[in-house]
Design a protein around this ligand. Structure first.
Ligand code: ARG
Length: 463
């Protein structure tokens, strides 16, 4: 074991910590990921200590150079993380002792691992948010491109997964664009509350040194500093918020995934996902399985679980820091990794989709889906809507009994149900149906064209 590390953590004890306890308590196997944020935070802290005359400029320089070379060692895979040094903070600090000697001991002046960890995590989550938002935009771009290149395809819209009314495929895809736009806004909102610099809170009560906290915030690109030390060291709302926003995003991805699974099935046959994003079966040679979409659907469970895990860790935790808080990290890292990789592969997969316009056209041609339009037709000729609904539902039943589609019925058959039906009833088609929904938010081609334009502007940041 490293002598300095042991000395720092074990000073008041007469006995060594048990090996099992060391292994159980160590967070370095996962919190090593915070090394960049930890080192940047330490560099800013040392610079500020020198500026305030708490350490000398030479000491700050030594610390600074030592930390930079430690970062290089880590990035070149030459750094040896040691489990007995518990966490990233102690691992870096112990190595700094090895490199620059006792001056390293001055770095932790006016700082505790409690505010240090709060800083590292906030810093990390801020970066994760930016990365996540970029990936969401990539997926939006892919959806927009798929919508643009299939602008005129009319497909069945569903309620209860039963054919309901015709819609443009582009309109359907743009519904997901909206969901992901809300997700982006949620992450951006979460960014504001994450962007708070906690150093200077010490272990819990603040520190007895004249620190310039605003200077540290500025050095690290934070827009403000925390205003209550107790809250600052024990708050993990920003992690729960990231995970909550991630849970909603994952839910949206899972709905999209489910539609990809359905639409690529033989029964639907609406789309084909490129071979590159599907897998075969080890036994059934004909299979082409949408595994990526299924996995995204499944991983949603883990992302939800991480949110519930975080909320449960915080529940009834007394102020301020308790070691329970160390459990905040694995779920967070898992959520970030899972969400970002899902978004990335989805953006590619969406672009790989071929739409089977012929097959969709065939499905729409089974025209019971136009029943609402027939009811609207009668309403326009003066019939109250409820009555029109009842007449058309009888008409549909009759057509089903006859084994005919609606446009195959003769005018006299229509007129048996209402004398208001005339020759112009045959002008009702899936195309006329969608054209009639010419209202903001509706599926008329004119509206969808405007929506595509709006979406493009949002992506270009011009909205
Ligand atoms: N590894 C710890 C964590 O992640 C760092 C803070 C330790 N603080 C302490 N008082 N033991 O929470």
């Amino acid at each position: 074991m490293n002598e300095q590390g042991r000395e720092k953590l074990r000073g008041r004890f007469q006995k060594e910590i048990a090996k099992s306890a060391v292994e159980y308590a160590a967070s370095i196997p996962f919190d090593w990921r915070l090394y960049r944020q930890d080192i940047a935070g330490s560099i800013a802290h040392a610079k500020m200590l020198a500026k305030q005359g708490i350490i000398t400029d030479e000491e700050a320089k030594l610390i600074n150079n030592g930390l930079i070379s430690i970062q290089e060692e880590i990035e070149q895979g030459k750094f040896q993380f040691k489990i007995e040094l518990e966490d990233i903070h102690m691992n870096v600090e112990a190595r700094l002792f090895e490199k620059i000697g006792s001056v390293a001991g001055k770095l932790h002046t006016a700082r505790s691992r409690n505010d240090q960890m709060a800083l590292d995590l906030r810093f990390y989550v801020k970066e994760a948010i930016l990365g996540t938002v970029n990936k969401l935009k990539e997926l939006q771009r892919a959806l927009l491109s798929l919508a643009e290149s299939n602008k005129s395809i009319v497909m069945p819209g569903y309620t209860h997964l039963q054919q309901a009314q015709p819609v443009l495929l582009a309109h359907h895809l743009l519904a997901y664009f909206e969901m992901f736009q809300r997700d982006i806004e949620r992450f951006q909102d979460c960014f504001k509350r994450t962007d708070v610099m906690p150093l200077g809170s010490g272990a819990l009560s603040g520190v007895a040194y004249p620190l310039d906290r605003d200077f540290v915030a500025q050095e690290l690109g934070f827009s403000c500093i925390s205003t209550n030390s107790l809250d600052a060291v024990s708050d993990r709302d920003f992690i729960a918020e990231y995970e909550a926003a991630a849970a909603l995003t994952a839910m949206h991805l899972s709905r999209l995934a489910e539609e990809m699974v359905l639409w690529s099935s033989t029964e639907f046959g609406f789309i084909e996902i490129d071979d590159a994003y599907t897998t075969g079966s080890s036994i059934m040679p004909q299979k082409k399985n949408p595994d990526i979409a299924e996995l995204a659907r499944g991983k949603t469970g883990r992302i939800y679980g991480n949110l519930i895990g975080m909320l449960t860790i915080m529940k009834a935790l007394p102020l301020t820091y308790s070691r329970d808080l160390q459990e905040d990290k694995e779920g967070l890292f898992d959520t970030i990794d899972t969400l970002q990789s899902t978004l990335g592969v989805f953006a590619e997969m969406v672009l790989s989709i071929t739409v089977n316009a012929k097959r969709i056209g065939k499905v729409v041609a089974k025209d019971y889906i136009l029943a609402t339009d027939l009811a609207d037709y009668l309403v326009k000729k003066g019939m109250p809507f409820r009555e029109a609904h009842s007449s058309v539902s009888k008409l549909v039943r009759y057509a089903i009994e006859q084994g005919k589609s609606l446009h195959k019925l003769g005018l006299s058959e229509y007129q048996k149900l209402s004398p208001l039906f005339a020759e112009d009833v045959y002008a009702i088609t899936p195309e006329s149906s969608i054209a009639s929904k010419n209202i903001i938010g509706g599926t008329a081609p004119e509206q969808v064209k405007a929506a595509l334009k709006r979406a493009k502007k949002i992506l270009e940041g011009k909205s």
